[in-house]
Design a protein around this ligand. Sequence first.
Ligand code: SF4
Ligand code: SF4
Length: 308
Amino acid sequence: MPDALIDINDSPFQRMPVEPVLLEGNATFPFQCRKGISCWNACCSNIDISLTPYDILRLKKRLGMSSGDFLNAYTLPYEMDKDSIAGVKFKPVEGGTACQFMTPEGCSVYEDRPTACRYYPIALLSMRKQDEYTDTAAYAMVKEAHCKGHDEPRPITIEDYRKEQGVDVYDELGRGWRQLVLKKKSSGPTVGTPSKRSLQLFFMACYDQDRFREFVSSDAFHDVYELTAEEKLTIANDDIELMQFAFRFLRQVMFNETTIPLRADAMEKRLARKQEREAKMEEIVKKLGPLDDIVKPAEPEDKYRCAD
Ligand code: SF4
Ligand code: SF4
């Protein structure tokens, strides 16, 4: 296994034919993107953009949508690694390759554009030692022929470009997710192949945030996990706290890093709830008589969505 891992899954360069050039943060490069440039919107016309949980949080809030509606309208799931860990990408316009947010005037969600769009033409590379969470940032630059920003006479360091594009907060709030993905990719057989249920949990906790909020507010969740009243209130009302809690929850589920206390009577409560559900179902069945005539087969479940 390699000593350090590099991940560019959260960059827009995964399928680009151009080799990225590795750079340090203090490296200077000539670049400026401005309205009126001859290639205006070229980069947004043919997209392959992965989203972080924080990207989704910002965009769904801007658009006033639930996470579920946002995911359905604007994204497609994809497999980030051989074990089907799910990522989410922008879904382009119907029948085309352009971003749904592209307009002749430019990006219609500019203030809330995702991390990859902010970084372009730089990509953030996460590198870390095997089985550690601490990652080191490195950068790559990709020069695509259509992008004339590279011909503009404005030298800028990567650090200044990051500030200009407002990526600091995105990097900070995307770190927990990047670290989870990197750890999963590097853990190999020690962690094992994730179950379908844990893949669904990963998808919901990372991307379908409103659904995850419902899940952590449910009696079933509190039968198992012990949260303080303050924690419950914070994650119910603060999107960012909920997202950070999701990363913590997933580290516990995927890597057995227990930071959320389990209730001593968790198993008994779950069993009692299951028995209660089964008793109710039996009662309904008795009232309805034979079910064959009235129960239609269920729709096939979306691969990553949790059934409850
Ligand atoms: S979100 Fe905005 S910047 Fe990003 S690809 Fe779409 S239009 Fe372009
Ligand atoms: S200069 Fe590059 S980033 Fe700016 S619009 Fe043109 S292709 Fe896109």
